[in-house]
Design a protein around this ligand. Structure first.
Ligand SMILES: O=C(O)CCC(=O)C(=O)O
Length: 288
């Protein structure tokens, strides 16, 4: 893999990201690569339809049956087909991540989120970094829609500037919610942005930006490939939520010789070393 960084974003795009905590990029992905991503994802989805239960890679909705397959996530698709690895490491996405991180960048994990027609799960308001805290907060996720992502099918929603206000609690009354819904203010709700995107577009979001997505109210599946990157000098304090054989591999630049540590008191998630049931299961359990 070539880890040399080529700058692709303008100063204005980078300062927009620093200001708001997210950035939409339109028609930036190579169409041939996208075609392979889409067809491979369709194949993996079809393969998952014959599963009777959740696996390391496939997370299924509780209502999933062989007659009515309901797959909600494929974790670590980079372990299942090289096209996901190529997209995360060798495409323009690696350069975008390095531009936004502002230096050497490593891979943390990846996933494909599916929102099934008529009811595909809502994802509550949350920040990524508190779920997998690192020595510094310089994390960026790149979301690649594999079909048009709209308000009606539950596109990614972000709250501009929320990353500047620091980490929020993802626990409430001793229960790990994996959301910070209870911290949301009227101003947060007033500021929500729906990131409506087409195939070929990408949305980047910072590890501390508050984000979520609503249910899919349309009759088409919403499919998004999401890659989580970290600054090379950010080191995780906790067990990974999504295990990956590619975790911490360099995407651009050289490995860090020192960790950069942001001081502060860090709220820890539960110990996921014995297993992670997934964002959907945790958020559903927290509702009951
Ligand atoms: O798929 C989405 O709409 C949001 C993804 C997300 O925030 C997550 O999976 O943590």
């Amino acid at each position: 893999m070539n880890t040399r960084h080529q700058r692709v974003l303008s100063d204005a795009q980078i300062s927009n990201y620093r200001e708001t905590g997210y950035l939409n990029l339109h028609q930036i992905l190579d169409s041939e690569l996208l075609g392979r991503l889409i067809s491979t994802t369709e194949r993996l989805y079809d393969e998952g339809c014959s599963l009777k239960q959740k696996t390391k890679h496939y997370d299924l909705e509780p209502e999933h049956t062989l007659q009515n397959p309901r797959i909600r996530r494929i974790s670590s698709p980079t372990e299942l087909d090289s096209v996901y690895l190529e997209t995360a490491f060798d495409s323009i996405l690696g350069d975008i991540a390095a531009d936004l991180i502002g230096g050497p960048v490593k891979f943390y994990h990846s996933k494909i989120n599916f929102k099934l027609p008529h009811g595909g799960a809502e994802i509550g308001w949350h920040q990524d970094w508190p779920v997998f805290p690192h020595t510094n907060t310089n994390l960026v996720a790149l979301s690649v829609p594999l079909n048009a992502s709209r308000s009606i099918n539950g596109c990614l929603q972000t709250i501009p500037g929320s990353h500047k206000l620091g980490p929020r609690s993802h626990w409430e009354k001793g229960l790990y919610k994996l959301n910070c819904n209870h911290t949301m203010t009227a101003q947060d709700y007033a500021d929500v942005v729906d990131n409506e995107l087409n195939v070929g577009d990408v949305v980047a979001h910072h590890g501390l930006v508050v984000h979520g997505s609503s249910q899919n109210r349309s009759d088409t599946l919403r499919t998004t490939y999401i890659i989580q990157y970290a600054a090379a000098d950010a080191f995780s304090y906790t067990a990974p939520v999504i295990d990956s054989m590619h975790r911490n591999q360099m995407v651009r630049g050289e490995p860090a010789t020192h960790a950069r540590v942001e001081a502060g008191l860090i709220e820890l998630p539960p110990d996921f070393s014995a297993g992670y049931s997934g964002i959907y299961a945790l958020q559903t359990a927290a509702k009951t």
